[in-house]
Design a protein around this ligand. Sequence first.
Ligand code: GLU
Length: 286
Amino acid sequence: MPRLRFAPSPNGRLHLGHAYSALLNADLARRMGGICRLRIEDIDPARSKPDFIDGIRTDLAWLGLTYPEPVRHQSRHMAAYRTALENLIARRLAYPCFCSRGQIRTRVASGAVGGERSCDPDGAPLYPGTCRNGDPGAVADRIAHGDPHTWRLDVAAALRCAGAAHGYVAFDDSGERRVGADPARWGDAVIARRDVPTSYHLAVVHDDAVEEITHVVRGRDLEAATDLHVLLQALLELPQPRYRHHSLMRDAGGEKLAKSRGSQTLADLRQAGVTPEAIRARLGFA
Ligand code: GLU
């Protein structure tokens, strides 16, 4: 049976872009004779707030969307992410990185590593590999000493391990097609943050597998991340879902809707007297 999911991060209230994604997932699940689960992606301890989780549940119920229980909250599964991370560390596919964002920016900008100045698909400077071949004794000392560090995927080692050719099946209403993936464009991506033993990338591939998700439907802003996700799936021997990356809602100025830009929320619209039916109609799900 097809299994989809809507996976918001509770670091703000939902806006029309989330409503579109949630309604599309529900609509596709219904058309495919499957189910759609809700997952709360709350790995960020500083930005995730219980009030936002309550808000998500209220907004989705208001839109007429219900989900099978129990709903998975990522913050409750840190031990599982740690196990996945330790698997990659034990195979020397991940290494600790002590660099701050500022240090990375400075290093990349100064060309200190002699590489090309380039960015990852999100526009962040590509990590220059400073900590990749750290002296094992010194690294162990720093970790024992409690020095803050992320864990990065050694993408070259990962590609040697999992093979260089990656891709996935993308689907839309007109059918399926094979898409090539280029995980290396993310460089040595962070797979575990300083504060928790995972990053979005590791947690999402782990959870899509645990929840047996067959079809991932999410915004186009995450399309490039799928390249990294298929590499992680290969390394961790996880099944690969099919993917659909939908277009993003834009505001009148052409900017993508975002919590950080203060886009009008579903709660604002509700307060202003807009009905769920009007939202559905506006988003093409009447
Ligand atoms: N939690 C992510 C977000 O709110 C979505 C993750 C996904 O669908 O893979 O942007």
